[in-house]
Design a protein around this ligand. Structure first.
Ligand SMILES: Cc1cc2nc3c(=O)[nH]c(=O)nc-3n(C[C@H](O)[C@H](O)[C@H](O)COP(=O)(O)OP(=O)(O)OC[C@H]3O[C@@H](n4cnc5c(N)ncnc54)[C@H](O)[C@@H]3O)c2cc1C
Length: 390
């Protein structure tokens, strides 16, 4: 088998890998960038199985700043990322996010709200009355209020992925259908990857963008990442009583979340402690009918009559150290970069992450300093603190 020479090899062509490829090519289109993707249909990629929500409601400054940049990118995406005559339609709907709180969870929320306001985020504290006036179907009993982010919302994640991919390719990035089975290194420096086909790709930089598969890829270089694939399920519902307008992504204190989808449907999910670790993509209608539906119907009594249309399962790449992204060069192997452990918010972080990694690799001053997410914290066992929001 022959060798091919690249400047940078990206393992995984989901939203993070594709945003990184695009940002590298945009910064310097003379670069030879290869993106290796084992499943170009993206059937199991988290990017294609997510809720596709972008929010500004975080309690860590950098996560807020990342989302502020995402808003900017998504606002201009159709204009700046369309290739040729085909105009992208990313269906960006800024219908808001509403986080609800009870007595015990509200102090942390108010603290986060102050931080968000200090960063010029448009987030408001809404009383139970105000919430019930806006969303007539909601029953706020037992809840003390909520934070509403009017700029938050959802988009068509698959189209955004295709947009990044097409633009990266138009600028010269090469997408290779293959599975990386080995990371090659020599004397503490990465030297490339080997594919299952036997082909060897040589490069001084390799970026692990393998999503829920990231720990396995890192281990190919002997690196132990605290990242686990955890199954998360989403359910599509057709309620008998339709809300009279879009519902924001609404998050209950228990973590149950739902929002309207086109056609009067509702999408709903909840991360649960018993969600299994592993590459399991089966979904379970009993979880909805027996556990989640009663909880939903307590908060939205009108939803006690509905049809479960379908469900699906995808994987969170959970960073078990602190639930935050791991970004940057692995300190023990020069040239091996990580963009892993997004723990359920990688879609909205991909624009800023791709830009940041391209800046690190090319040697530019980062526009947004994301060094707080550096991989060193894993070796030092120093978790980042992000308060309670999903
Ligand atoms: C149910 C659910 C809801 C979510 N909701 C949201 C949300 O509302 N907002 C949000 O921001 N995020 C959300 N997320 C998280 C988000 O989907 C992920 O964080 C994000 O898509 C991660 O992108 P990625 O490119 O890292 O991973 P992926 O999209 O999974 O891409 C990784 C790619 O790497 C490829 N790969 C892996 N190993 C190899 C290998 N050895 N060789 C070659 N290719 C390989 C895979 O085939 C895959 O295509 C959700 C996730 C789930 C499951």
């Amino acid at each position: 088998m022959g060798k091919k020479l690249y400047d940078i090899v990206i393992v995984g062509g989901g939203i993070v890998g594709s945003s990184t490829a695009y940002n590298l090519m945009r910064a310097d289109n003379r670069l030879n960038v290869a993106v290796v993707e084992m499943d170009p249909s993206y059937t199991r990629a988290s990017t294609a199985l997510s809720m596709a929500n972008a929010r500004i409601q975080y309690s860590l400054k950098e996560n807020i700043q990342i989302s502020q940049y995402t808003f900017e990118v998504l606002n201009n995406f159709e204009e700046t990322m369309s290739v040729g005559e085909d105009r992208l339609n990313i269906a960006y709907r800024r219908e808001g996010n509403l986080f609800l709180f009870d007595e015990s969870s509200s102090p942390a929320a108010r603290e986060a709200l102050e931080l968000q306001k200090s960063l010029n985020c448009r987030i408001e504290w809404w009383t139970p009355d105000k919430i019930e006036q806006h969303y007539l179907l909601y029953d706020m009993s037992g809840l003390v209020g909520g934070t509403f982010g009017s700029q938050d919302g959802h988009f068509d994640a698959y189209t955004v992925l295709m947009g990044y991919k097409a633009k990266a390719r138009s600028l010269g990035a090469e997408y290779i259908h293959g599975e990386v089975v080995e990371l090659v290194s020599s004397e503490g420096h990465i030297a490339g990857v080997r594919l299952r086909s036997g082909e060897r790709l040589t490069s001084k930089f390799v970026i692990n963008c393998a999503g829920a598969w990231a720990a396995g890829v890192a281990l190919m270089a002997g690196v132990k990442l605290p990242v686990e694939p955890v199954k998360r399920q989403v359910f599509a519902l057709d309620p008998a009583v339709k809300p009279d307008g879009p519902l924001p992504l609404t998050v209950l204190p228990s973590g149950l979340y739902f929002r309207t989808e086109t056609g009067g449907q509702i999408l709903l999910g909840k991360s649960m402690d018993e969600d299994p670790v592993g590459f399991d993509f089966s979904w379970d209608d009993k979880r909805f009918t027996e556990i989640l539906w009663p909880e939903l119907a307590r908060f939205v009594p009108a939803f006690d009559t509905l049809k479960l249309l379908r469900g699906w399962a995808g994987l969170y790449a959970v960073n078990t150290l602190d639930g935050n992204a791991i970004l940057g060069e692995w300190p023990e192997i020069k040239g091996l970069y990580l963009a892993n452990g997004f723990s359920g918010h990688g879609l909205q972080q991909a624009p800023a992450v791709g830009r940041y990694l391209s800046e690190l690799i090319i040697g530019l001053q980062p526009v947004l300093d994301l060094s707080i997410f550096r991989p060193e914290r894993i070796l030092e066992n120093r978790p980042l603190n992000e308060g309670g929001l999903v």
